[in-house]
Design a protein around this ligand. Structure first.
Ligand code: HEM
Length: 149
């Protein structure tokens, strides 16, 4: 009877220990996933999504070289999102001075194209506005090759 009780206690303790180990491992894994993928990138991710959706319209309009007020509205949305993205370097763990300069310079080059594009649209220089979209596309690819997973 006593040995049965001891065996029972040993089994219960083993199960408790095993459950504890599994759950702490899962917590640790969730924390590291959070760090490497999803959370911690909210500001950059949110603003890149805005840039992505605005850029879709810019590309569409550049194909027909027809720009109007709705292009300008999307462009303004994209400019504001890009300024925020430019300063969200820490979310990507970009903190060394020379790395910050490189990251912000690449983002600034995209923003310069957005500003040139705005003025070109206002002046009715549609070829120039379309060329800005092509240039932004190249800069986006360079930025993503360097910084995006
Ligand atoms: C025309 C310019 C650009 C557009 C339209 C654009 C668009 C996007 C889009 C749609 C995403 C995916 C967002 C998501 O659903 O998770 C993204 C992610 C990202 N982009 Fe850009 N991008 C541009 C330029 C750049 C530049 C120049 C850089 C770097 C200097 C950059 C760095 C990143 C990074 C690091 C991510 C991953 C963000 C994360 O941690 O989730 N992008 N971008």
């Amino acid at each position: 009877m006593t040995s049965k009780l001891t065996l029972g206690l040993v089994i219960v303790s083993l199960i408790t220990a095993l459950t504890f180990t599994v759950s702490t491992t899962q917590i640790a894994r969730a924390d590291s996933d959070k760090h490497e993928h999803g959370e911690g990138h909210e500001v950059l991710e949110h603003n890149m999504k805005i840039m992505g959706s605005a850029f879709r319209q810019l590309r569409r309009d550049a194909r027909s070289k027809k720009f109007d007020n709705s292009t300008l509205k999307e462009l303004a949305r994209m400019q504001q999102a890009a300024i925020i993205a430019m300063h969200a370097n820490e979310e990507e763990h970009i903190t060394k001075k020379e790395d910050v300069i490189q990251y912000r310079s690449m983002m600034a080059d995209v923003i310069k194209q957005m500003l040139d594009m705005e003025i070109a649209i206002l002046k009715g220089e549609n070829d120039k506005a379309a060329a800005c979209v092509d240039e932004m596309n190249t800069l986006m690819k360079n930025g993503h090759n360097k910084y995006k997973d």
